[in-house]
Design a protein around this ligand. Structure first.
Ligand SMILES: Nc1ncnc2c1ncn2[C@@H]1O[C@H](COP(=O)(O)OP(=O)(O)O)[C@@H](O)[C@H]1O
Ligand SMILES: [Mg+2]
Length: 277
């Protein structure tokens, strides 16, 4: 009999996770979970440890404390490719694409991570391989259309505007058919229209049963799409709850607004206007 490490509706759980870089405790005793088909926001000021938390979940960094459970498995300290294989895919705070390559090639790169084929099947071209190829092609065609990239399939990603490059990154992560999609500031640099489209895409993705973990400073995105929010400051969780609870939470407001922030982007854009709503 196998012992389930997660409750039935729980997909990801962090249990007392921490990491130290030299003298800096970048993430400290962080615990939270993401349910099946849930959208969870991770917020906090610049340097709070959000990207570091993502890097531990995706295997870029190995936690020095705690454990990370995904889909019933303890994935703590696993290598990134192994974590990808069990269904966690991400986008990056700073866009990482293959420049000099087309949109199509970039999206196919995501797909490639998930294909079941071994290299030798390419030589034999088995019926199962042909079947898989047909399915993969259909997935890519559908994804490109959905993210309004179909007319740009053969364009070099380097020639595309920033907001479009963000959509290519998202398409690449979705091509891998994740169980959990991790997005690090996906709305950064997007205009209002692009950010509204992103909201819809995130909700669509969730409706397909993919769970989403999101770091985002754009409060319009965070408040409108998430089911729950975890707020961290100096690596520690200071609040957790539904968007309306977080918006009114004194420590959250203090962490964002109470100190001198040199970057406007670090401040919620509508906390005051929407307070108490
Ligand atoms: N590889 C690293 N080595 C040393 N310090 C790091 C490393 N990665 C992140 N940090 C530090 O950890 C803290 C949290 O950073 P980060 O997770 O990027 O914050 P956020 O994404 O919330 O803005 C910062 O003080 C940052 O300088
Ligand atoms: Mg970050």
């Amino acid at each position: 009999m196998t012992v389930s490490l997660t409750s039935p509706d729980e997909l990801l759980r962090l249990d007392g996770v921490g990491i130290r870089f030299g003298g800096l405790q970048a993430v400290d005793d962080l615990s939270f979970s993401v349910g099946q088909g849930q959208i969870v926001g991770l917020i906090g000021p610049n340097g709070a440890g959000k990207t570091t938390a993502f890097n531990m979940i995706t295997g870029v960094y190995k936690p020095t404390e705690g454990r990370i459970i995904f889909d019933g498995r303890d994935i703590t300290g696993w290598a990134p490719h192994r974590i990808a294989r069990v269904g966690i895919f991400r986008t990056f705070q700073t866009i990482r694409l293959f420049y000099g390559q087309s949109v199509l090639v970039n999206v196919l790169a995501g797909l490639h991570l998930k294909t079941r084929q071994q290299w030798w099947q390419g030589l034999l071209r088995t019926p199962s391989q042909r079947q898989e190829e047909t399915e993969l092609r259909a997935t890519v065609t559908e994804l490109l259309a959905r993210l309004q990239l179909d007319h740009l399939a053969y364009e070099d990603v380097a020639s595309l505007p920033y907001g479009v490059q963000r959509r290519v990154e998202l398409a690449r992560a979705l091509a891998a058919r994740p169980k959990l999609l991790i997005l690090d500031e996906p709305a950064a640099g997007l205009n209002d229209q692009e950010s509204a489209a992103l909201n819809r895409t995130i909700l669509d993705v969730r409706d397909e049963g993919i769970s989403v973990l999101l770091v985002e400073h754009d409060m319009n995105v965070v408040m409108n799409v998430t089911d729950s929010i975890v707020c961290i400051n100096f690596g520690r969780k200071i609040a957790e709850g539904r968007p309306e609870q977080i918006r009114a939470h004194p420590e959250v407001i203090e962490a964002y607004l109470g100190k001198d922030e040199d970057e406007d982007a670090e401040q919620p854009q509508d906390t005051a206007a929407r307070g108490g709503a």
